[in-house]
Design a protein around this ligand. Structure first.
Ligand code: GDP
Ligand code: IMO
Ligand code: MG
Length: 436
C-alpha cells in the first residue's frame, strides 16, 4: 500500500493529528487535500505539543508536506503556523510544497462568513469564522484568486478589485461598514506571497511523478464524514468534501492511486458548532465527558458538544471511504463510567432506521436505540498492549469493530504518541510501508 488516507469518521476532532503522526514515518509525503485553517490537528509526544491547522501533521516528523489544490489557503494563518513551528524547533526548510492552484482566502471571505452567521441568528451554522465557506463559494463561482496569481501583479490587482467590488456591495447590504479596499488587501498579500514563493508549484504533477517512481503518500483528512458537504448533516457541514472520494481531486492524482483508507473514530462522539447530533448528551454526563476528554476546540477553543458513540454515523463513514480499518481514540476517557451506551440504530416516527436521513430537521428528530455495555472502572491511560486492557474495555472495542464492520488497527489511550495500543496482526498494518 503506497497511498493511504487517514480520515475523520464523525464530526471532526477524532484525533486525526495523532494518528497521522503515528503513521507519518512510514510515508515519504504527507498531504492535505481539502479544507483550510478551520482544521485543528494535535500532535503530542513526550512533553512536546503541536497544534496544526494548514500544515500537514507529517512536517513535525520532517516529512515532505504538500498543500494540495483542494485546500483554501489563508496566507497569514499559514505563515503564523510556520513561524510558530520554527520557534518550537521544527524547521520546514524544503519540506513544504503549496499548490499553485489552491484558492486564497481573502479578508472579504472572513467578513462574509461572519456577516452570514450574524444574519442567520438562531439558524447559524456555528462556523469557525475563518472564511472557509465563502472561499469555496468563490472557487465554485470561478472568481477565486489562485496561489499562482499572487505572482502576477497586474492580474492580481484586477481580480482582487473585482472581488472587492462585488463582495463589498454585498457586505454593505449585510450591514458591514468597514470593508478593506482592494489596495489594502493587495498590499498585505504581497509580502506574504514573497515568503511562500519558493514553496509554490504544480503539486499534482509533483505527486504523480513521485508516485510513478515509487514514493509513498499519506493523505491527511480534515474535519469528518458528518461535516462532508454532500454526505454530512447538511447544511450544518463544512464546505469541502471530507471523505476518500475527495483525495483524488484535492491532490490531482488518479482515484485508483489510493490503496487504502483508515478511519479515525473517537470512542464516543463530539461536535462543535450547531446542527443535529442524535446521541448528544446534555447536562451532567455531557459535561463530564467534555471535561474528561478535554473537549475544547483546537482551532477556536469552543466547548465541544459530547455524546455516545453512534454506530450508524461511523458505519456510514466507513462505507463512504471504503475504510479497511479504523483507529479508535480516547478510550481512556471512558474509564470511570459504570456503563457505556452505544447507539446501533434509530427510530424515526416510530419506524426503525439504520441510515441518516437527508434533511437535518429529520436527523434532529432521530431517537437513538442504545445497547448498554458495562464499563471497566479502571484506568487504561497510557496502556500499550491489548492484553493489558480490562476485559470490559476489550468487549467495548469489539462492539465498535462489529458495529462499524472494520477492525481497529490501533487503540489510543492518551493524547501522546507513546500512549497507543497497536494491533500488529491487522492486515492494514502489515500492508503498510515500513517505518523509516
Ligand atoms: P483532530 O482534529 O482529529 O486532529 O483532533 P484534535 O487534535 O482537534 O482533537 C483531539 C484531542 O484529543 C486533542 O487534544 C488530542 O491531544 C486528544 N487526544 C487524541 N487521542 C487521545 C486519546 O487517546 N486520549 C486522550 N485523552 N486524548 C486524546
Ligand atoms: P478538524 O480537522 C470540528 C465545523 C464547524 C462548523 C462547521 C462549518 O480539527 O477535525 P466552517 O468554518 O468549516 O465553515 O464551519 O464545521 N468544523 C469542524 N469541527 N473539527 C474540525 O476540523 C472542523 N472544521 C469545521 O465547527 O460546525
Ligand atoms: Mg481538530
Amino acid at each position: 500500500m503506497k497511498v493511504v488516507a487517514v480520515l475523520g469518521g464523525q464530526w471532526g476532532d477524532e484525533g486525526k493529528g495523532k494518528v497521522v503522526d503515528l503513521f507519518a514515518n512510514r510515508f515519504d509525503i504527507v498531504a492535505r487535500y481539502h479544507g483550510g485553517h478551520n482544521a485543528g490537528h494535535t500532535v503530542k509526544f513526550g512533553n512536546r505539543h503541536f497544534a496544526l491547522h494548514l500544515l500537514p501533521a507529517g512536517v513535525v516528523r520532517g516529512r515532505m508536506g504538500v498543500i494540495g489544490p483542494g485546500v483554501v489557503l489563508d496566507l497569514d494563518a499559514l505563515l503564523k503556523e510556520i513561524d510558530e513551528l520554527e520557534a518550537a524547533g521544527v524547521s520546514i526548510g524544503e519540506n513544504l510544497m503549496i499548490s499553485d492552484r489552491a484558492a486564497v482566502i481573502l479578508p472579504y471571505h472572513r467578513l462574509l462568513d461572519a456577516a452570514r452567521e450574524r444574519a442567520a441568528g438562531d439558524a447559524k451554522i456555528g462556523t469557525t469564522l475563518r472564511g472557509i465557506g465563502p472561499a469555496y463559494e468563490s472557487v465554485a463561482a470561478r472568481r477565486a484568486i489562485r496561489v499562482a496569481e499572487l505572482f502576477r501583479p497586474a492580474t492580481l490587482a484586477a481580480r482582487v478589485g473585482a472581488i472587492a467590488e462585488e463582495t463589498g456591495k454585498l457586505l454593505q447590504c449585510m450591514g458591514e461598514t468597514t470593508v478593506p479596499t482592494a489596495d489594502d488587501v493587495i498590499a498585505n498579500l504581497g509580502p506574504c506571497a514573497e515568503r511562500i514563493r519558493g514553496h509554490v508549484g504544480d503539486t499534482g504533477r509533483y505527486l504523480r511523478t513521485r508516485l510513478k517512481s515509487g514514493a509513498t503518500l499519506l493523505a491527511e483528512g480534515a474535519h469528518g464524514a458528518m461535516l462532508d458537504l454532500t454526505s454530512g448533516t447538511y447544511p450544518f457541514v463544512t464546505s469541502s468534501h471530507c471523505s476518500a472520494g475527495a483525495v483524488a481531486t484535492g491532490l490531482e492524482i488518479a482515484p485508483g492511486a489510493l490503496d487504502a483508507s483508515l478511519l479515525v473514530l473517537k470512542a464516543y462522539s463530539t461536535r462543535v458548532g450547531a446542527g443535529p447530533f442524535p446521541t448528544e448528551l446534555r447536562e451532567d454526563t455531557g459535561e463530564y465527558l467534555r471535561k474528561r476528554g478535554n473537549e475544547y476546540g483546537t482551532s477556536t477553543g469552543r466547548p465541544r458538544r459530547t455524546g455516545w458513540f453512534d454506530a450508524v454515523v461511523a458505519r456510514t463513514a466507513v462505507e463512504l471511504s471504503g475504510a479497511s480499518a479504523v483507529a479508535i481514540t480516547k478510550l481512556d476517557c471512558l474509564d470511570e463510567l459504570d456503563e457505556i451506551p452505544i447507539s446501533l440504530g434509530y427510530k424515526l416516527d416510530g419506524q426503525p432506521l439504520s441510515a441518516l436521513p437527508a434533511l437535518a430537521e429529520d436527523v434532529a428528530r432521530l431517537e437513538p436505540e442504545y445497547e448498554k455495555l458495562p464499563g471497566w472502572k479502571t484506568t487504561t491511560t497510557g496502556l500499550t498492549r491489548y492484553e493489558q486492557l480490562p476485559s470490559a474495555a476489550q468487549r467495548y472495542v469489539r462492539a465498535l469493530e462489529d458495529a462499524v464492520g472494520a477492525p481497529a488497527v490501533l487503540i489510543s489511550t492518551g493524547p501522546r504518541r507513546e500512549e497507543t495500543i497497536w494491533r500488529p496482526e491487522t492486515p492494514f498494518l502489515t500492508g503498510l510501508p515500513p517505518e523509516s
